[in-house]
Design a protein around this ligand. Structure first.
Ligand code: ATP
Ligand code: MG
Length: 580
């Protein structure tokens, strides 16, 4: 049976175990650091101590081509978190170098999501702000003999790159003169060529063991209008050229990115060194992966576009706006990011850790109400017709003297169908023929009879009640089971969306070859039911998810109307997180 006792005990156990802030971290990371810093914090402390940097500036660099997801939230918490911890600042930089996929809709949603998480950036920047500077630096590299215009197609370039074992084949255009390269690059900029006809490449080493050094592409032609610069530019810098240079322009001290960029780091350093500009440095941490979900923007976009979900903010989505709509709080997400730690090796985090965090946060602060999700009628024999008792109950049992709500009690209530069993197993402490339970905040009742329809379904449970068992009425008598209820006459009808895991597979990156990730969509990821709640719920203005007692946390959805409030299940009460 769900209950708060379980949560409290488990959370305590978790905290006891949580000495190590870096639970997923590599075993060979230094352990002697008493302050228990993550490895990025260690680097920053060292840099401050040695005077390499006087202050810290980080950046969060989203590409505005989709909505942010929980993985980005991890990166936001890290970038903004460390800067804040060391008195530094964080820029928000839109990495908008690919006009084909980017849109201002995404820019707005990204800003909104970061603010919702509770972070404020020092400056809002765009890689596109730097197009002129990046262009000028490209000319500088050409003049230094470090870049050239290549006429090969992208396909030829790819084929000529060689393999790890085999050196690449130099382009026939590799040894163009500086003058010719300059002229051609300017012609590229001036729109004299078609897309794909020419690219600008850095001239490094076609036999380099790091494939990225085999004359990486710096610029390509693209005539798609850009969401900020319009048609001013028809050449766009590639990530490897734009990113480090943008960091350097802003004076970013610690450029934190995910692990897959570690092979790019030498190239990041190469451009900065050859241009002799501010030496930003890149550090990599493991990207966040979660069970039972996908986080690739391409897949999330497909789910939205093809109506597998109701939008980017569908409460089943791992997007920040989705989990917000589901009822996650910024506090719970920050707690989650903290618990996940900063690892140097890739790993997959159990979704139940995230659920644990939101439960922990909501348990402490959410208002309680009773709601019955799968109702069956219960009638109290001998209850005076028309009598309504108003029961007072705390909004949160942690604060018995805090705010209260008034709950109407009558002789006709709904209880959960699952709280009654005709032929119960041993240790079933809820209602059963001849058995007693307490109606939460109310009387002890005893089951006397049941009424069934023609098909044998129970339609009504008839009970007697013990008038002396009313809380506060006399000596407290305890019974093993307590169940929640809602007075039928006062019940408020709700639509409840039982939000669940979007996918049935735990490890979506390990699905069998040949199958499509969409084959694993959970058909019960959002069952919709009608539920009945105590009237005070409709007056709730806490702004966060509420607890339906004994059931779970639920958050009011914007689809609500005055006639029909809609609630999304944030998380069930029962904690399934296993401590390893
Ligand atoms: P794309 O596939 O479009 O490159 P992306 O997930 O890398 O997607 P970006 O907008 O480039 O998206 O990411 C912004 C920042 O968030 C980057 O620094 C990136 O490393 C970080 N980030 C993205 N996904 C995760 C994740 N799962 N865990 C941690 N950080 C992430
Ligand atoms: Mg990216």
């Amino acid at each position: 049976m769900p209950g708060n006792g379980i949560e409290t005990e488990q959370s305590k156990a978790f905290y006891d175990m949580e000495e190590n802030k870096n639970p997923q971290g590599a075993a060979n990371e230094p352990k002697e650091e008493a302050k228990n810093l993550n490895f990025i914090e260690e680097i920053i402390e060292e840099d401050l101590k040695t005077g390499r940097h006087k202050s810290i500036l980080t950046r969060f660099p989203p590409e505005p081509n989709g909505y942010l997801h929980i993985g980005h939230a991890k990166s936001i918490c890290l970038n903004f978190g460390v800067a804040k911890k060391y008195g530094g600042k964080t820029n928000l930089r839109f990495d908008d170098t690919n006009p084909t996929k980017e849109d201002v809709e995404y820019v707005d949603s990204i800003k909104n999501d970061i603010r919702w998480l509770g972070f404020e950036w020092a400056e809002e920047r765009y890689a596109s702000d730097y197009f002129q500077q990046l262009y000028d630096w490209a000319e500088e590299l050409i003049k230094k003999g470090l870049a050239y215009v290549d006429d090969q197609s992208l396909e030829q370039i790819r084929l000529n790159r060689g393999t790890v074992q085999k050196p690449g084949t130099p382009s026939p255009w590799r040894d163009r003169s500086v003058e010719e390269n300059l002229q051609l690059f300017r012609d590229m900029r001036d729109g004299k060529f078609k897309e794909g006809e020419k690219v600008l490449r850095a001239k490094i080493d076609m036999a380099h063991p790091n494939m990225l050094f085999r004359d990486p592409i710096m610029y390509r032609i693209n005539y798609a209008p850009h969401h900020r610069t319009g048609t001013k530019w028809c050449i766009y810098p590639m990530y490897d050229y734009a990113h480090g240079e943008s960091d350097s322009i802003e004076g970013i001290t610690h450029s934190i990115c995910t692990l897959e960029f570690d092979v790019h780091r030498p190239l990041y350093d190469w451009f900065i060194e050859k241009l002799g500009i501010f030496p930003s440095h890149q550090y990599e941490f493991a990207r966040l992966n979660l069970t039972y979900t996908v986080m690739s923007k391409r897949k999330l976009l497909e789910l939205v576009k093809n109506n597998y979900v109701r939008g980017w903010d569908d409460p089943r989505m791992p997007t920040i706006c989705g989990i917000r709509r589901r009822g996650y709080t910024p506090e719970s997400i920050k707690m989650f990011a903290e618990k996940v730690g900063v690892a140097k090796r890739d790993n997959i985090i159990d979704l139940s850790l995230m659920e644990w965090c939101v439960r922990e946060d909501l348990n402490a602060r959410s208002n309680r109400y009773m709601a019955v999700l799968d109702p069956v009628e219960l009638e109290l024999e001998g209850w005076p017709e028309g009598q309504v008792d108003w029961v007072e109950a705390p909004m949160n049992p942690a604060f018995p003297d805090g705010p209260k709500r008034k709950i109407p009690f009558t002789g006709h209530v709904y209880i959960e169908r699952a709280d009654f069993m005709e032929n119960p197993p041993k240790k079933y402490f809820r209602l059963q023929p001849g058995g007693e339970v307490r109606l939460k905040y109310g009387y002890i009742i005893k089951c006397k009879d049941i009424v069934k329809d023609g098909e044998g379904n129970i339609t009504k449970i008839i009970c007697t009640y013990d008038p002396s068992s009313k809380p506060g009425a006399g000596e407290w008598r305890s019974v093993k089971g307590t169940i929640h209820w809602v007075s039928i006459q006062h019940a408020k009808k709700l639509e409840v969306r039982l939000v669940d895991r979007l996918f049935t597979e735990q490890f979506m990156d390990q699905i069998p070859e040949g199958s499509d990730y969409k084959d694993f969509l959970n058909p019960h990821s959002m069952d919709i039911i009608t539920a009945y709640a105590e009237p005070a719920l409709l007056e709730d203005n806490s702004g966060i998810a509420v607890q339906f007692e004994r059931t779970g946390y639920f958050f009011k959805d914007p689809d609500s109307t005055p006639e029909l409030p809609v609630y999304n299940r944030t998380v069930t009460l029962k904690d399934t997180f296993k401590f390893k």
